[in-house]
Design a protein around this ligand. Structure first.
Ligand code: DP6
Length: 335
């Protein structure tokens, strides 16, 4: 599978992969204490076609030089480098061979604007590194486990469609709940602000866990929500899913708003869009909102209704329409 050749003195191999963003219907918000990027609560996401990241990983064996990591053309910051090094070490533990990695990754959408670019990017890096290391691209669970070390939510980008990520006694598991074909919901992405978020998800989760008085209610409810959200997906019950997803999102944000000091991921306009979406639904339009660690609103709609809902919302902000689907494509490698 992997094309390896002698380049100069070094044995070198290359892997390429693309992965799509995923958005959580039931949020990953909290890490297990003492675990390595393991979730405190279960989450369920859906992959988004078109919000794509690409990565190329070139592995040089026979050199001790440091890894070289560039994202969107720029050297990666220290925190991202550390996370990618951990991800690479996990890949090398599978292949049994260490190497210097030269990594290029890019997204086709704004980085860090609550658009899950790190999830797509880290899933693509994990897929490309896995391929470059000569490992079996069919082993999705193992790739997801490596991607998780780059960014927790990245492990959900390894599968397409509806994906669950659940804590277990000794870590976590990832599984596909249903393919996108099962229920091809659509997405209106209401773009209120494309700037990077002020507090990273990792810092936000930790701060909320340490200081929010509603944290234990959140954790308890998140386990129940995941079960009910999965059932609503399997039943294709939009009314039920809408109620559960919005409540899950608002309880997650309740932890941020009640943290000390509070974290304001949402803006005033976020609330206006959320309120409008609930009144559109009361008027019979099949849609519901969710919001992550940023101000932008993701409005999911029943199959075939995204354009109608876009028209109803478009005087509030620019809106992009996406189909669901997504997942990871790890390509044949070549030098
Ligand atoms: C609010 O996966 O970005 O989007 O594991 O620290 O990289 P790290 O966090 P990240 O957190 C995502 C948080 C969220 C909810 C979700 O996607 O489930």
């Amino acid at each position: 599978m992997v094309d390896q050749s002698i380049v100069g003195q070094h044995l070198e191999s290359v892997g390429r992969a693309t992965a799509t963003a995923n958005f959580a219907l039931s949020k990953y918000w909290g890490k297990q204490t003492g675990g390595v990027q393991q979730p405190a609560v279960p989450s369920i996401s859906v992959g988004i076609q078109g919000l794509t990241a690409e990565a190329e990983v070139r592995l040089n064996y026979g050199t001790n030089q440091e890894h070289e990591i560039r994202i969107a053309g720029n050297p990666a910051n220290e925190k991202t480098c550390r996370r990618i090094e951990t991800l690479l070490d996990a890949v090398f533990a599978h292949s049994g061979r260490k190497a210097q990695a030269i990594i290029r990754s890019d997204t086709r959408f704004p980085i860090a604007a609550g658009l899950a670019s790190s999830a797509a990017g880290m899933a693509a890096v994990a897929g490309a590194a896995w391929i470059a290391a000569g490992l079996d691209p069919g082993d999705r669970s193992a790739i997801a486990d490596c991607a998780r070390l780059g960014s927790g939510s990245a492990c959900r980008s390894v599968h397409d469609g509806y994906v669950a990520w659940e804590p277990t006694d000794d870590g976590s598991i990832i599984r596909q709940v249903a393919s996108a074909d099962h229920w091809p919901l659509e997405l209106c992405l209401v773009r209120l602000d494309d700037r990077p978020k002020k507090v990273s998800s990792a810092d936000g989760m930790l701060h909320c866990m340490e200081t929010s008085p509603v944290w234990s209610s959140w954790v308890e409810r998140a386990f129940l929500d995941a079960v009910e959200i999965e059932q609503a997906i399997l039943d294709k019950d939009l009314e039920k899913l809408a109620d559960l997803v919005e409540a899950n999102c608002l309880l997650m944000h309740a932890t941020t708003l009640t943290a000390r000091p509070p974290i304001f991921y949402m803006q005033g306009r976020t609330l206006q869009v959320m309120e409008t979406v609930t009144s559109l639904r009361r008027d019979g339009l099949p849609c519901f909102f969710t919001v992550d660690a940023g101000p932008n609103v993701k409005v999911f709609t029943a199959p075939g209704t995204a354009q109608t809902i876009k028209t109803a919302l478009e005087d509030m902000a620019p809106i992009d329409v996406y189909a669901i689907g997504g997942g990871l494509t790890a390509e044949e490698s070549s030098i």
